[in-house]
Design a protein around this ligand. Sequence first.
Ligand code: G
Ligand code: G
Ligand code: MN
Ligand code: NA
Length: 250
Amino acid sequence: HEIETGLRRAVANDELVLKFQPIFEVKSGRIVICEALLRWNHPTLGQISPVEFIPLAESTGTIEEITHWTIDRACEAAAHWPEDVRLAINISLAVLNSGALPTAVIEALVKTGLSARRLELEMTESVFLDDDSHTQHMLKALQQIGLRMVLDDFGTGYSSLSYLRSYRFDSIKIDRSFMTGIATSREDQAIVRAVTLMAEALDMEIVAEGIETHEQLDYARDAGIHNVQGFLMSEPQSVAVMTDMVLRNV
Ligand code: G
Ligand code: G
Ligand code: MN
Ligand code: NA
């Protein structure tokens, strides 16, 4: 309850903080995308993870305000980055279904001057349980103005290949659970290779997340994964450090 009431004031009290975690192109070693990751610095409880407060924000209705704050701040930061670096923002199901997303996104793009093609929305496949929904039409409309749609945590949850048939994602992020034991698991190796081949055949970019060791990075490279993200390359960073990193991007 302390969390619940606090959440309503978190935006106004400036308690939310955005971190950014870079995603690197395997081929060039360059940063190609930065993912915005939300943190809540609670005045008495300390730093609270989005895993804890996002579900609460969804059930109490504060998720829209929080997401719009995130979109505004993240676009503002990314507008100062080089043109070839994209921004990724996580969007939860409740926000996708609410209908307010397109206006919030377009307003942020106009206000900051960030071009639509530099913005990616990451969502999990729960969004697509309902085939041909209103939400899918809305996402297609955003895609038509240049935004990229990313299927996050691929391979977990309700995972079904039918989502890939009914909706054109620009990119998929294979869930980090497939990378954790890849050095010793023939199953994980086979799955990562197969998913990469499929992504390529469907003209989707493929990202491996949760890369923590050189060995995992080697397996990702050998499988043909395009982009990688994980603590081996970089943890989530402050906006200042992230901006410095992309300006020195070589
Ligand atoms: O780095 P990490 O602990 O931040 O993220 C934990 C989870 O919270 C991940 O599933 C991530 O996608 C999610 N998350 C992080 N930031 C946001 C955000 O701004 N909005 C939403 N909906 N989820 C987020
Ligand atoms: O679900 P999503 O992919 O948006 O989650 C992002 C989460 O993954 C964040 O909590 C981020 O801090 C975390 N993360 C990023 N890289 C790594 C990594 O190499 N290892 C682990 N364990 N978590 C990671
Ligand atoms: Mn994500
Ligand atoms: Na993920």
